[in-house]
Design a binder for this molecule. Sequence first.
Ligand SMILES: [Zn+2]
Ligand SMILES: [Zn+2]
Length: 141
Amino acid sequence: MHYQRQYKATRVDPCSITGCDRTTFTKAMCVLHYNRMREHGDPLYERPRKHERRERRSVPVTYTTLHKRIRAQRGPATDHLCVDCGAQALEWSYSFNEERPLISAERGREGKPYSLDVQAYEARCKACHKAFDMFITGNLR
Ligand SMILES: [Zn+2]
Ligand SMILES: [Zn+2]
């Protein structure tokens, strides 16, 4: 529960990146810019989109297919530690590092945002995954 409180406590100032009006996630940046900073060393990094578009137009990769792909490439989430609390992870959690994630239309998974990028997921325990998703959903429009 204290994670939720922690997330909420950071939602006071706007992101320090010019032109971005999302609320701060950490280090004076919103979650999108923070993730870009962490992954690419540059909060303004733009992922090349060509490859993604091509993939999106062909056979749709569903939420389930993608999660199978993550397992195949990175192993089960339970082989990892939760990125938030260090306990054994249980689920692969989408890190919301893209401006426009795909939205699942798959039966039983409707409305779930996801990415085709296997590296866009982090291992989390169930509690942290839920708290993280709730925080993000409230933070992104
Ligand atoms: Zn931002
Ligand atoms: Zn955790």
